[in-house]
Design a protein around this ligand. Structure first.
Ligand SMILES: [Zn+2]
Length: 396
């Protein structure tokens, strides 16, 4: 931790480095003009060409893998620089100062999840970052988090959408808002619904989401109007329609360690505007919503697949978080966290009603009230888990 933080200060997080990224690297990563030759997108094999042999200068990473096995990915030095360039220019776009104080709420392990006593945060002495735990968020612990934030007064918070949403819901109940000049919350790595974004904006004001993936073939970033603009200096992005909707297909240009051509991200979008005539002044194409992958679905007894379950809970009062766990072909466990002050039995009734509306009487519902929903090892939240049904789930 100590050494890593020092290296970060030297190579990643200081005034000079931030300035170089913001002002000098633009010429290294110009907007890509190349046209990708058309190929048959119905044939999965044409989506990618990958070097299977690990090149000499590269870094290995892994995709997170939910219902699929994680995939190994290789990154060239230029690709690593590009990723950092994306983050730093995203912050610059939203007028974050060159040397911002950063709070992080992104799945870092701060202490054992069984240890429920503060502090739930840790300081990085060189970079000045404050790392908060995603694993200790509960109604009981949130006041300590908010108190610490008020004390630290970070310029920005970098967060997982699920973690910052949990914090925002509780902050709203407590009437807490940042009482210092706050530049915004920057999120990535999980699907962030418009409803949850709205809750976070009510508390933190500015919230900007970045969409990317471990394969690094497409990056979309939110502007001040909440639109996800394609970063055309990152890769060549196409939007391809299939029977489920419109999805993101990307071709990278700066990763010689693993060139991917017309790679299918499996992520669906809504509200595509190819003209990019957004009032923010950015003329790149944008979408209004990232729906994410289509594999978080339940399988009914009649074989139907029901996805996008997060929409079902919109407007259910008193619900802090909910996770659906299909334990076999007939049973659905509904793990839920009740907001303090609300009745469990009423919440159960409301949840049963919205679930029955979508699923009929296909699955037997089993309600399990919890104090918090367990995160994956990476600290991420999963809204739907299928155990022994369809593809088996791999935790990450
Ligand atoms: Zn815009």
């Amino acid at each position: 931790m100590f050494v890593k933080d020092f290296l970060w200060l030297l190579f990643k997080e200081n005034l000079l480095i931030n300035w170089v990224y913001r002002h000098l690297l633009g010429s290294v990563f110009p907007v890509l003009q190349q046209q990708v030759p058309a190929c048959d997108l119905s044939n999965k094999d044409t989506y990618k060409t990958t070097k299977l042999k690990k090149p000499m200068f590269s870094v290995t990473g892994y995709t997170s893998g939910t219902t699929n096995q994680p995939m190994t990915v290789y990154r060239s030095v230029k690709s690593i620089l590009l990723e950092e360039y994306m983050v730093k220019t995203f912050l610059a776009l939203h007028r974050v100062q060159l040397k911002a104080k950063i709070a992080v709420l992104r799945g870092d392990m701060i202490k054992a999840s069984t240890d429920n006593t503060p502090p739930f945060w840790r300081f990085a002495p060189f970079t000045g970052r404050v790392f908060f735990s995603s694993f200790h968020l509960s109604p009981e612990n949130v006041p300590a988090y908010l108190q610490q934030l008020s004390k630290e007064k970070p310029d920005i918070i970098m967060a997982y959408p699920s973690s910052i949403t949990f914090l925002a819901k509780q902050a709203k109940l407590l009437g807490w808002v940042p009482d210092w000049p706050f530049s915004g919350v920057f999120t990535s790595s999980e699907t962030f619904t418009p409803e949850n974004q709205q809750i976070c904006r009510e508390v933190f004001g500015k919230v900007f989401d970045h969409y990317g993936q471990a394969e690094r073939v497409a990056a979309l970033q939110q502007c001040a109007f909440g639109h996800y603009h394609v970063r055309e200096d990152y890769s060549v992005v196409e939007f391809v329609d299939d029977e489920h909707g419109t999805k993101i297909v990307g071709t990278n240009a700066h990763n010689s360690a693993m060139p991917l051509r017309r790679y299918d991200t499996g992520d669906y979008v809504e509200g595509l505007n190819k003209l990019g005539n957004c009032p923010c002044g950015n003329h790149s194409p944008y979408v209004t919503r990232i729906l994410g992958r289509d594999d978080d679905y339940l399988i009914l007894t009649d074989g139907r697949h029901i996805g996008r379950m997060d929409v079902a809970f919109k407007g259910v009062e008193g619900l802090l978080e909910c996770q659906l766990v299909q334990t076999d072909g007939k049973t659905l466990e509904v793990h839920f966290v009740t907001q303090p002050g609300y009745s469990n039995s009423q919440l159960e009734q409301d949840l049963a009603a919205v679930l029955q509306q979508r699923l009929g009487d296909n699955l037997q519902l089993k309600f399990i009230q919890q104090l918090s929903i367990a995160r994956t090892k990476a600290g991420k939240f999963r809204s739907v888990i299928r155990l022994n049904v369809g593809n088996s789930s791999v935790s990450n």
